[in-house]
Write a protein that binds this ligand. Structure first.
Ligand SMILES: [Zn+2]
Length: 191
């Protein structure tokens, strides 16, 4: 079994080789198969559903029946990467200038860009701490649980706070479910 306890303390310092070995760890631990991991990545690689989502948002600024044509032309012009971090995974459309500032004028295609979910969250004023985190919250919760293996919920919560998470406790309580499920199968130690 791969000893991930020897890996760098912070995920920000993990090399590509550490992440590669971590995939092997997830498979060896029986948490997911290689096929399932690839399926998750492929699902996130699939471009966002602008045909319904964005088309609906911008429709009042374009001639009826020409909306999708305009959205599609805009969409194909993009690089297909997150404007901020460059990933191709988990992309969403996002206003450049928010609607709160310029109203319905914001809903024109030239005011849209593609960002990944994580970078989108960081930009929201309600998530001022977002930029501190290297992973998305969901990914970081699982990273802490699986690499640190805290044996009590309180310890897990403390680790999440130390990592820089500022959201409500309920997110930690939800994530702790995996520890309980794995514990029931003898794959995770709880005090
Ligand atoms: Zn990004």
């Amino acid at each position: 079994m791969i000893d991930i306890t020897q890996f760098p303390e912070s995920d920000a310092n993990w090399s590509e080789d550490h992440w590669k070995q971590f995939i092997d760890f997830l498979v060896e631990s029986g948490l997911a198969t290689y096929g399932q991991i690839c399926s998750a990545a492929l699902g996130q690689l699939n471009p966002p559903q602008v045909g319904t989502g964005t088309t609906n948002i911008v429709k009042h600024n374009y001639p009826h029946r020409k909306v999708w044509q305009n959205v599609k032309a805009w969409f194909y012009e993009r690089t297909g990467k997150c404007e901020d971090c460059g990933t191709r995974l988990d992309l969403q459309t996002d206003h450049v200038i928010p609607r709160e500032e310029i109203g319905t004028e914001a809903d024109k295609l030239e005011n849209f860009t593609l960002r990944c979910r994580r970078c989108n969250v960081i930009r929201r004023p309600s998530h001022k701490q977002g930029g501190v985190l290297h992973l998305t919250t969901a990914a970081a919760l699982m990273w802490i649980l699986l690499t640190r293996q805290p044996q009590t919920y309180q310890e897990f919560k403390r680790m999440c706070r130390a990592y820089g998470m500022t959201m409500a406790d309920i997110r930690f309580q939800e994530a702790w479910a995996l520890a309980i499920w794995l514990n029931r199968e003898g794959k995770y130690e709880i005090e």
